[in-house]
Design a protein around this ligand. Structure first.
Ligand code: AHG
Ligand code: MN
Ligand code: MN
Ligand code: MN
Length: 316
């Protein structure tokens, strides 16, 4: 007996208006999935010809995905504010709803032209509390991973579930409890940045590279997809740690990844699944944002591994 997303949302003890916001982002994700599948045929590849507020050359699909999200959000009277990686300022919609969505409409877009998994990340907050809320005040978080299957991962804070897009464009429940393994022998970091790393990151990674011959006492494997959604979905499914730490090149910008629509939603999901999330020195969900596109260091995943990284940072 399949459980559709609508069935599952109806059975949750959450505000139906909040559930409708999640349903809106799921519908947007299903439409983005359909566009991505045919993009090379439709010619939606390459650059859009603009630079976004991040200083990134926008891909055509970044803009198309952002437009799809905006179209769906405008249809839900419960949503009054949209913050997006691809929009310089927050959009205040005509709707007077109580909810705000912060989204990365297409995460990992450098992987689009090589057909590697990308995703859509979203965070739901109370629009009446302002734009710059701590991640611990998120009401819901989720992401779609456009991979061999299209997965939709959701949490309202207590647990994490996974839906899969079926042939009819419906999300059906395929995993009703996700738990991040406490221990793991797999880490994800862009090792080409080693020369920029701080001592804590260098120390932690060196222990992993030494494997069973060193203080970590076990063998490690390394995976780096370059799509946060893909790397974190792997960690949710089989454990591991994701690291985009502050390094000497990103220090001036606060980090590489964005707090409102990458770090916070992913931290909420990972922690609801029993994992941990930190900047290295403080919990991500505790950070008080200074701007809607603020960047922060992101270290999250299996609790034992995150604790070992925090131990390295505590050494000073
Ligand atoms: P986006 O495509 O939304 O701009 O995000 C890309 C991010 C994230 O998905 C990924 O983990 C990271 O960029 C990869 O950074 P590097 O290319 O420096 O490895
Ligand atoms: Mn981008
Ligand atoms: Mn991203
Ligand atoms: Mn993006």
């Amino acid at each position: 007996m399949t459980t559709t997303l609508a069935d599952w949302l109806a059975a949750q003890t959450v505000d139906p208006k909040l559930a409708s916001v999640v349903a809106t982002m799921a519908a947007a994700s299903a439409e983005i999935a359909a566009v991505l599948r045919l993009a090379p045929i439709e010619g939606h590849t390459g650059l859009a010809g603009h630079t976004n507020v991040q200083g990134e050359a926008q891909k055509a699909l970044d803009v198309i995905s952002n437009d799809i999200v905006l179209n769906h959000i405008r249809e839900n009277v419960e949503i009054s504010i949209l913050v997006s990686e691809e929009l310089d300022e927050a959009v205040h919609l005509e709707n007077q709803g109580d909810f705000m969505v912060a989204t990365d409409p297409l995460d990992g877009s450098s992987n689009l032209d090589v057909n590697v998994t990308v995703g859509t990340i979203f965070s739901v907050l109370d629009a009446r509390k302002g734009l710059l809320q701590q991640g611990k005040d998120q009401l819901a978080a989720g992401y779609a991973a456009y991979g061999p299957a299209t997965s939709l991962v959701l949490t309202f804070g207590a647990s994490v579930v996974v839906f899969t897009l079926d042939g009819a464009g419906q999300f059906v429940l395929t995993l009703d409890t996700v738990a991040v393994a406490e221990a793991s022998g797999e880490y994800a970091i862009n090792t080409a940045r080693e020369r920029f790393w701080d001592a804590a990151t260098k120390g932690y990674v060196a222990e992993n590279v030494a494997g069973e011959t060193g203080s970590a006492g076990k063998r490690y494997n390394m995976r780096w997809v370059g799509s946060m959604v893909a790397d974190i979905h792997r960690i949710l499914m089989r454990g591991g740690i994701f690291m985009y730490p502050l390094d000497s090149e990103t220090t001036g910008k606060g980090g590489r990844l964005r707090l409102l629509y990458e770090a916070n939603p992913m931290a909420m999901i990972v922690e609801a699944a029993g994992g941990k999330s930190t900047t290295g020195r403080e919990g991500i969900l505790e950070l008080v944002p200074t701007g809607i596109h603020q960047r922060v260091p992101v270290i999250l995943g299996s609790a034992e591994e995150v604790a070992r990284v925090e131990g390295w940072y505590a050494k000073g």
